[in-house]
Design a binder for this molecule. Structure first.
Ligand code: PEP
Ligand code: MN
Length: 375
């Protein structure tokens, strides 16, 4: 069971003390207090765990600090939606808002290589008003002899360049918990010119110790990739690991499933699950069309498969796009063949905007039917 307190309830108020006193004395029930910082208000949620079946919901709802009470199921306790459409979703980080209604684009390099390419990418993003990017410093590679990423060494100049071009959030995969400290130390030393969203790659979706370590820190939000060979439920539970350790600022990323059936694409595009994840959880949903499609193949209509896949995700309500670009894809050290070219950026951004607006219009045409039809 979950008791949601009135927004901005002070923790030193009588209402809070009285409410907590009552809840703490319920037999067989333990409490977990969770604070959610939204763009405009702070919400305190109290999870009641244990013997909650016999609790009187109305009695708890009547406590002075409680706004409403929700019965939650065991699945995705914190991140789940639990059929309550009023529950706040999303979060703000370093001036950028992430939720289930808006859209942020993270175009950038799959792997950081040389300063000129990083600078060209960020400068192009700034010209188009974008404030987020992707930049891989720690690369999980299939082959141990392949380029593993520049690691810690490139962080200072990547972050400084990001600051120079007004980039507020850099999505960066980490493969070991020590990378959190490396990133944090570097940002701190530089005076935090930019922010970082820690990315958990598909190969690490069920690396529970890594998830717990990332979940224990609350400085950086997390982009969790869906595991490429596990069920959606298993991947959503992986996200819940982060929240259960304390960090609920999580974005869930669809990136295609590994199966021969997806060929000739690198993975089977799974963007029909965008609305499904939004229905089951309160996480903003990201799509990664680059790692799903994995090539620059083009349809007879002149549009790349990567762009078509992006459109499918965004028109279904995706809230973030993570996509590989490169100023010189033939020179890229990782995933060059799937990277979009810099001169494709304006058209691609326009296409995404069109699809996002269309998603809003799609909601409007179904609005009148809401509530009229059964489930
Ligand atoms: C990536 O985004 O660079 C990446 C390695 O993706 P994934 O974990 O989805 O393969
Ligand atoms: Mn890649």
């Amino acid at each position: 069971m979950l008791a949601i307190l009135h927004p901005n309830t002070p923790l030193d108020s009588d209402a809070y003390r009285e409410t907590l006193h009552f809840l703490e004395n319920l037999p067989g029930v333990s409490l977990r207090v969770h604070e959610v910082q939204g763009a405009t208000q702070k919400l305190t949620e109290i999870y009641l765990l244990g013997e909650t079946k016999s609790l009187d919901r109305d009695e708890i709802a009547a406590l002075p600090a409680v706004e409403r009470v929700i019965r939650i199921s065991d699945d995705y306790r914190i991140l789940g939606r639990h059929k309550d459409s009023l529950r706040q979703n999303g979060f703000s980080y370093n001036g950028v808002t992430f939720n289930q209604e808006n859209l942020n684009i993270f175009a950038g390099l799959c792997a950081v290589d040389i300063p000129e390419h990083v600078e060209a990418m960020m400068s192009a993003l700034q010209q188009h008003g974008e404030v987020c990017t992707r930049m891989g410093a720690y690369k999980p590679r299939t082959n141990p002899y392949s380029f593993q990423g520049h690691g810690k060494g490139c962080l200072p100049w990547v972050f400084e360049t990001a600051g120079k071009y007004g980039i507020k959030v850099v999505a960066m995969e980490i493969t070991h918990e020590s990378h959190i400290e490396e990133i944090d130390e570097c940002l701190e030393k530089l005076g935090r010119p930019t922010g970082v969203m820690l990315q958990v790659g598909t190969r690490n979706t069920q690396n529970f110790e890594l998830l717990k370590a990332i979940g224990r820190q609350r400085t950086y939000p997390v982009l969790l990739k869906r595991g490429f060979g596990i069920t959606l439920n298993e991947s959503l539970n992986a996200a819940e690991y982060l929240a259960s350790e304390g960090n609920a600022n999580v974005i869930f990323c669809l990136r295609g499933m590994k199966t021969e059936a997806g060929q000739p694409h690198r993975n089977m595009v799974d963007f029909a699950h965008v609305p499904t994840v939004k229905r089951l959880t309160r996480m903003p949903v990201c799509v990664d069309p680059s790692h799903s499609v994995g090539s620059r193949d083009r349809a007879p209509d002149g549009i790349l498969d990567v762009m078509h896949a992006t459109a499918q995700g965004v028109i279904a309500g995706a809230n973030m796009v993570l996509v590989d670009f490169h100023p010189k894809p033939e020179k890229a050290l990782v995933d060059g063949p799937q990277a979009l070219h810099m001169d494709e950026l304006p058209a691609y951004l326009a296409d995404i905007q069109l699809c996002h607006e269309t998603w809003k219009k799609r909601q409007a045409i179904y609005k009148d039917l809401r509530g009229k039809t059964a489930t």
